[in-house]
Design a protein around this ligand. Structure first.
Ligand code: S3P
Ligand code: PEP
Length: 428
């Protein structure tokens, strides 16, 4: 699918983004491991979360959907069944890595695979700690890539120091830790998003967290819950950058999850001079939520690196668009993890923005953008990556001429109605 974006006069209106992807995945997984029923409202019906539902069904879990609600019949910690076929995580790194943690705890054989993109993403980062805990895991290319063949069970609790600040690695170990006796600890080089910890507590597990160190106690009594998924801040960020870069824009995005381990991009945009207000703050299921208002303003370049990176990792492609429009230089560093996403997002950002006339230099761990040049519409590839497709569309709003996004159907991974919502706020 090709989508053409025309420059807009301005952006106006109110937006409701779909449910948070990270939280939707975790709600299905923990619901499956709990005793009793879990009802999930505002679930993200994006392809990635549907992959999680498919995989958990493959493990014998009954999951039904009614409107935007998902109901999971929990099977208890010991209740999953050996799958009679391979489990397909599709395009979803979160599904593969977190489910690997759950499978490591189960005394049966299973094979986890995914699409071409996911089968090129690094898996040693979860295989190593899960193997340390006692699981047997074989993988392609010397243990580097999926498919993964897992025979789990008999896990021991460990203390693991992770070389990467990754919520998927941390969560895989914490989920495996549910099946071990005693406390399992993960220490990260920089704190990553903490939805797993919050939701484990919400379901009744004992979790202690202090900065980059998290401990979960094994064999908890998890009880089915009612969960309302907040709007996804990573999806909201496309509109927040659009609102910040389009002159005269005034947008409100409702009910957005503002967990401090996810709001790095809000801090960066504010530091760049964006006019952003958080309204109506509240808490649901242990997660902070607010409405976010943004108005068009003049932006200036900034530096992005160090321990904030995991707090904005998925937002860097769209922050690069803000940097290209801003006056002055923006330096992004310490973000080599971007090369291990659905595509190499450093190479992809450089290619897309350069084709749109931006002055951008590729670095091994990021990029340098000298902003302030008027962007020019171009034909952009999505690289099959939902966040690249939406970032190119946002860049097209302030470019002169038309921008065509090729392979735009991949937005279905995290935001199926993205283009409809963008149209609904565009003033031409
Ligand atoms: O745990 C999660 O839900 C996620 C963690 C991040 O990945 P890493 O853990 O690989 O950094 C992020 O990029 C991904 O979109 C979702
Ligand atoms: C990297 C992403 O997701 P995952 O790792 O789950 O594929 C993303 O949504 O940007």
């Amino acid at each position: 699918m090709e989508v053409t974006i025309k420059p807009v006069r301005t952006l106006r209106g109110e937006v409701q983004v779909p449910g948070d992807k990270s939280i939707s995945h975790r709600a299905v997984m923990l619901g499956a491991l709990a005793d009793g029923e879990t009802k999930i409202e505002n679930f993200l019906f994006g392809a990635d979360c549907l992959s999680t539902i498919r995989v958990m069904r493959g493990l014998g879990v009954r999951i039904t959907t009614v409107g935007k609600r998902v109901v999971v019949q929990g099977r208890g910690l010991e209740g999953l069944q050996e799958p009679d076929n391979v489990l397909d995580a599709g395009n979803s790194g979160t599904t593969m890595r977190l489910v690997a943690g759950i499978l490591a705890g189960n005394p049966f054989f299973s094979v986890l695979t995914g699409d071409g993109s996911l089968r090129r993403r690094p898996m040693k980062r979860v295989i190593r700690p899960l193997t340390d805990m006692g699981a047997q895991i074989a993988a392609r290319a010397g243990g580097a890539y999926a498919p993964l063949a897992i025979k789990g069970g008999g896990l021991r609790a460990v203390e693991y120091t992770s070389p990467v600040g990754s919520a998927q690695v941390k969560s895989a170990i914490l989920l495996a830790g549910l099946f071990a006796d005693g406390p399992t600890t993960v220490i990260e080089p920089a704190q990553s998003r903490d939805h797993t910890e919050r939701m484990l507590r919400y379901f009744g597990a004992r979790v202690e967290a202090a900065g980059t160190r998290v401990t979960v106690w094994g064999k908890p009594d998890l009880r089915g819950q009612k969960i309302t998924v907040p709007g996804d801040i990573s999806s909201a960020m496309f509109f927040l950058v659009a609102g910040a870069t389009v002159p005269g824009a005034d947008l409100v995005v409702h009910n957005v999850g503002v967990n401090p381990t996810r709001t790095g991009a809000l801090d960066v945009l504010t530091q760049m001079g964006a006019e952003i207000e958080l309204l109506n703050p509240k808490e649901i299921n242990g997660e902070p939520v607010a409405d976010i208002r943004v108005r068009g303003s003049r932006l200036t370049g900034t530096e992005i690196g160090g321990s904030i990176i995991p707090y904005l990792i998925d937002e860097l492609p769209v922050l690069a668009v803000a940097a290209a429009v801003a006056e002055g230089e923006t330096v992004v560093q310490d973000a080599a993890e971007l090369r291990h996403k659905e595509t190499d997002r450093i190479a992809a950002v450089v290619q897309v923005l350069r084709s749109m006339n931006a002055d951008i230099e590729e670095r091994p761990d990021g990029f340098i953008i000298r902003g302030g040049r008027r962007l020019r519409g171009a034909v952009c590839d999505s690289f099959g990556d939902h966040r690249m497709a939406m970032s190119a569309a946002v860049a097209g709003l302030t470019a002169y001429g038309e921008t065509t996004v090729k392979g735009a159907e991949c937005v279905k991974i995290s935001y199926p109605n993205f283009f409809d919502t963008l149209n609904s706020i565009s003033v031409s």
